[in-house]
Design a protein around this ligand. Sequence first.
Ligand SMILES: Nc1ncnc2c1ncn2[C@@H]1O[C@H](COP(=O)(O)OP(=O)(O)OP(=O)(O)O)[C@@H](O)[C@H]1O
Length: 492
Amino acid sequence: SEIVLQTKDCGNNWVASSYSNNHGEELFYINGNVVNKVDFCKAIQLYIAKGCDLKDYFGSNNCVLDLDVSFVDFPSKGGRKLLQKDLNKNSTSQGVSETVSSNQVGIFAGGALLVCCAVVCPCFYGKRRKATAHTVLTKDPNSIDLATSFEPSVSDKIPASPLRVPASPLRVPASPSRFSMSPKLSSLQPLHLNLSQVSKATRNFSEALQIGEGGFGTVYRANLDNGLVVAVKRAKREHFESLRTEFSSEVELLAKIDHRNLVKLLGYIDKGNERILITEYVPNGTLREHLDGLRGKIVDFNQRLEIAIDVAHGLTYLHLYAEKQIIHRDVKSSNILLTESMRAKVADFGFAKLGHANTDQTHISTKVKGTVGYLDPEYMKTNHLTPKSDVYSFGILLLEILSGRRPVELKKSAEERVTLRWAFRRYNEGSVVELLDPLMQEAVNTEVVVKMFDLAFNCAAPVRSDRPDMKTVGEQLWAIRADYLKSTARRE
Ligand SMILES: Nc1ncnc2c1ncn2[C@@H]1O[C@H](COP(=O)(O)OP(=O)(O)OP(=O)(O)O)[C@@H](O)[C@H]1O
């Protein structure tokens, strides 16, 4: 049920595609915004007018390619303004390509990209995925990473510090329940299990012990003989060969990681017909489940703030302090697992990419992977991956944490569908407090709310250089938390 993100280079800077979900509904995106088919087709026409051969790519059934080009209202730089652009007048081929600035085309294209995940894609996951655009791209077994090429660029210098875990910016005293290591977790050691032990611990991969299913395979809760409970992730057999790369990538990456906000790999089995990962079991479900109210008590504002801080710390570790720089590439609420004390741990490194040791190289060229709604438009446009792509996804996640909404809400009207766009419009209208998750039912200091949304929009800026790095994001969240605690203390 996964989808393939189809991208196609055209000229300098863009790619395009669209996708349809399992219910047969087609979805079209331009620069991360859901648009109707007519606008989408107009965009395609523009690209064709610019000399790109997309007819075969999209198939003649998808678009009637003789429409005038006319569409408006795409977020521009900084995510702060809406761009009004009527290209109607310039719809003849030469005219269009000359009158649209590269920036505009870029914006356009980035969307079309997202879009783009077009055509081929049965998007939405079965069981665990609801009617939203929570959709994983390119976990298609036929879509293995292209050979990675490294290209230097002048922007986004990546520090490749070999330092270990940074001291937390403890400007605000941490509550002991959240910040002390639980004895259970701190005692987690690498495990050397064979297949029969894993099979026994999962009662021969019993459905009763199944806790989830993802693109990689099925996840089980397993009880070991020594009483330890672990998660066992078993690769789907039908994807076995093609998932080889992904499996080894996950193993290599996870094995090197040791941070309280990242799910720990404890062992793995790579034998015969089996690829199995054994990881720390995180007992309290995913952040998305909590936001959906499926896990009892609704997460309060302070918990949301702390979850965001935890995720920021986990990602900072990956970007700056892991042995090699790691870009997660699939930061999203269903990949954030929660402990009983509501500590967040980032999971699922199936998509992760190692950065490079050479500091002069600032991005990796790689095939676009990620989840619709969370994908960095600049990454989609250029295929250049940097830690700022995770920052973008984190910005979308922050909006999700604050509003409770998914990045794309398919059931909403077109203007309200894309959470980033919806939130940004409301924010500019001054209705910021109304953006908070209605399930939260708590009065939060407006200044704090404004700062949180500000940060989310900064992280989700369309242009990478406008985004803060993950370490700064963590520091800003700490400062916001201090303000929040002060504001609640004043009230008491
Ligand atoms: N370490 C874990 N501890 C507890 N539950 C887990 C753990 N890992 C995964 N799960 C559960 O299993 C589900 C599937 O996880 P998995 O990482 O395979 O897929 P996903 O993240 O939902 O999808 P995808 O990998 O395709 O993005 C998760 O949503 C979660 O509910």
